[in-house]
Design a protein around this ligand. Structure first.
Ligand SMILES: [Mg+2]
Length: 169
């Protein structure tokens, strides 16, 4: 059996979507803040839009799984045309199970994409899921996340970095 893919990449556009699809992944659980967008902003950057377009081209579905408050997460997910669970309480398993249920998929067919070790990576590992950890995109963390960042920066090194040249366009 193939080993579950768990890698760290520098940005959203370095997420190895083709590789994930080739491994039988059908859907991605996407973190919102600092992965897809600025935690203090209400706009989706072009990068997030092109990422989702590439995902779609490869036949991968997306699902926004955010620890952020209700309302904003749903609004941003809707802009991407994606289902969403907010206040997910990652790394706890409840919201992951709910997302899998809604997607009608098992853990083997799903990969998590996020920027924080303590929530996104621990959650995915706890669920036995593939994981792609991205570098936090905007560095404008909310207070609690900011507090956890130094620990996160050390722990994230446990996930092997995949050096991949960024694709343009
Ligand atoms: Mg995040």
């Amino acid at each position: 059996m193939r080993q579950t893919l768990r890698v760290r990449v520098s940005g959203l556009l370095d997420v190895p979507l083709e590789d994930l699809a080739a491994r039988g992944v059908k859907a991605l659980l996407l973190d919102l803040d600092n992965t897809l967008c600025d935690p203090r902003g209400d706009l989706l950057p072009a990068e997030a839009l092109s990422f989702c377009a590439r995902m779609e081209e490869l036949g991968l579905r997306g699902y926004v799984l955010s620890n952020g408050p209700r309302g904003r997460a749903e609004r941003l997910a809707a802009q991407l045309g994606l289902p969403c669970t907010s206040r997910a309480r990652k790394p706890l398993r409840g919201a992951y199970r709910r997302a899998l249920g809604e997607l009608g998929l098992t853990t083997e067919a799903v990969a998590a994409v996020g920027d924080q070790f303590l929530t996104d990576a621990l959650g995915a590992i706890g669920m036995g899921m593939a994981l792609v950890l991205v570098e936090p995109r905007f560095a404008r963390d909310k207070p609690l996340v900011k507090l956890a960042r130094p620990v996160d920066r050390v722990l994230r090194r446990l996930i092997p970095q995949v050096p991949q040249p960024r694709k343009s366009g």
